[in-house]
Write a protein that binds this ligand. Structure first.
Ligand code: GDP
Length: 446
């Protein structure tokens, strides 16, 4: 996932600081230096990083903090809120209303994922009960109309375009008029891109915007764009009134910080992220849970929501209570595996958990992971009650392991592997000890 490395580095800088006994100016500077390096390495623009650094120093005034203040927590919160600030312009994007026609225009460079994202956006809203329609005003790229047509047909969304007309403004106007007459409430106009920023592209964009009067202009940006992102975003913003951003290809391994800085340049919120080529690989973007996840703090809102979806209601308080006590027994692991098997796309759930758990369920390997979990559960079925209720893996001596392996038809090596997994999860679980889980994923509420 994009930015995974950045998140890891920031989390490790914070961890290092929490290992020192006294947090003084030197420890804070050391930590900030590491975080700055990580942000720059991920392509976040230099002026933004500098600003963030000086803001954090202003918030964390070590001299003024009276003894007894949890300095580490204050520093952590300052970093959290600065990252949120970078991604949150503080004003929400226009959101289309059902049964009232809205025009949404997509802009971006060629290859950014504009056409794919238009369909994802339409499909997302169609599932929510809107009546979307797609207009292909991209007359620059040969094959653009065919691509949009193919995507739209797959998602059963009405579309408009032309193989012969070369004036994008004319197509856009005709398409919007046609769908307004058909009572569509979300008319999406896909415009041309270019390989690089060119005056002709911006002029065309301006003309299409002028003729169709969009309620919202969405700027689509590839997450791998790097340092050039800030300038690119600014150039688009200066030509049309960009009101929202969608960052694509967040499933890749790019550094991603450039795209994040670009958000600051447009002063518009990111509303969705693209996480794959398929129609439903598209997620609503929420700043706080995103930053929480980035810093390895976990997306509590997403996690708790998911838990509430599948854990029977009467078991929820008990589970959250156990979570906050940090006492992780093999039985809890068993119950959670059971829940996870019911929870649907496992990687999605795991990616919401803090830290290490995400690695257990790599995307694209859900089947194998599911089989592994079932295998582990079969082995746990051969344990005694006392063993299941214990949180001490040392109680499994060689003969017990052999007995469990025989009872479940598995190898001793696999029993050992399962216990290793248990230790890893228990370690992670113990980090949640004493944690109050906020309802909305807002870490500043902790
Ligand atoms: P356009 O030129 O901006 O209209 O870009 P396209 O929609 O044609 O997309 C360019 C390429 O990026 C295509 O191969 C898409 O399948 C791919 N793509 C778009 N969004 C994503 C995404 O979120 N993740 C991945 N992995 N690929 C994407």
């Amino acid at each position: 996932m994009v930015l995974a490395e950045l998140g890891g580095q920031i989390a490790s800088a914070l961890q290092k600081m929490s290992n020192v006994t006294i947090i003084d100016e030197k420890a804070l500077n050391e930590c900030l230096k590491e975080i700055t390096r990580a942000l720059l390495h991920s392509d976040v623009s230099f002026p933004l990083v500098r600003e963030m650094q000086s803001n954090i120093k202003k918030i964390v005034n070590l001299e003024e903090l009276a003894a007894g203040h949890n300095k580490r927590r204050i520093i952590e919160q300052a970093i959290f809120s600065e990252l949120c600030k970078m991604l949150d312009p503080g004003k929400p994007a226009f959101s289309p209303k059902k049964a009232k026609p809205s025009v949404v225009m997509f802009v971006g460079l060629q290859g950014a994922g504009k056409t794919t994202t238009c369909t994802k956006y339409a499909y997302y809203h169609q599932k929510k009960g809107y009546k979307p329609a797609l207009v292909c005003a991209d007359t620059f790229r040969a094959g653009a109309f065919d691509q949009l047509k193919q995507n739209a047909t797959k998602a059963r969304i009405p579309f408009y375009g032309s193989y012969t007309e070369s004036d994008p403004v004319k197509i856009a106007v005709e398409g919007v008029d046609t769908f307004k007459k058909e009572n569509c409430d979300l008319i999406i106009v896909d415009t041309s891109g270019r390989h690089k920023q060119e005056a002709t592209l911006f002029e065309e964009m301006r003309q299409v915007a002028e003729a169709t009067k969009p309620d919202l202009v969405i700027f689509v940006m590839d997450s791998s764009i790097g340092q050039a992102a800030f300038d690119q975003a600014q150039a688009f913003k200066q030509s049309v009134a960009v009101g929202a951003v969608i960052i694509t290809k967040m499933d890749g391994h790019a550094k991603g910080g450039g795209a994040l800085s670009a958000v600051a340049a447009t002063k518009s919120p990111v509303i969705f992220i693209g996480t794959g080529e398929h129609m439903d690989e598209f997620e609503v973007f929420d700043v706080k849970p995103f930053v929480s996840r980035l810093l390895g703090m976990g997306d509590w809102s997403g996690f708790v929501d998911k838990l509430q979806d599948v854990v029977p209601k009467d078991q929820q308080p008990e589970l959250l209570e156990k979570l906050s006590q940090g006492n992780f027994t093999l039985r809890i692991m068993y119950d959670q595996f059971q829940n996870l098997l019911n929870m649907g796309p496992l990687s999605e759930v795991f990616s919401m958990l803090p830290g290490a758990a995400a690695q257990m369920m790599p995307k694209g390997h859900e089947k194998e992971s599911q089989a592994k979990i079932k295998r582990y559960m079969t082995m746990m079925d051969s344990m005694t009650n006392e063993e299941l209720d214990s949180s001490n893996p040392k109680m499994f001596n060689e003969s017990r392991m052999m007995r469990i392996a025989r009872g479940s038809g598995r190898m001793v090596r696999e029993v050992m592997e399962m216990l290793e997994e248990y230790k890893r999860l228990a370690k992670m679980w113990s980090k949640m000890k004493g944690l109050k889980i906020p309802k909305n994923g807002d870490m500043s509420a902790l």
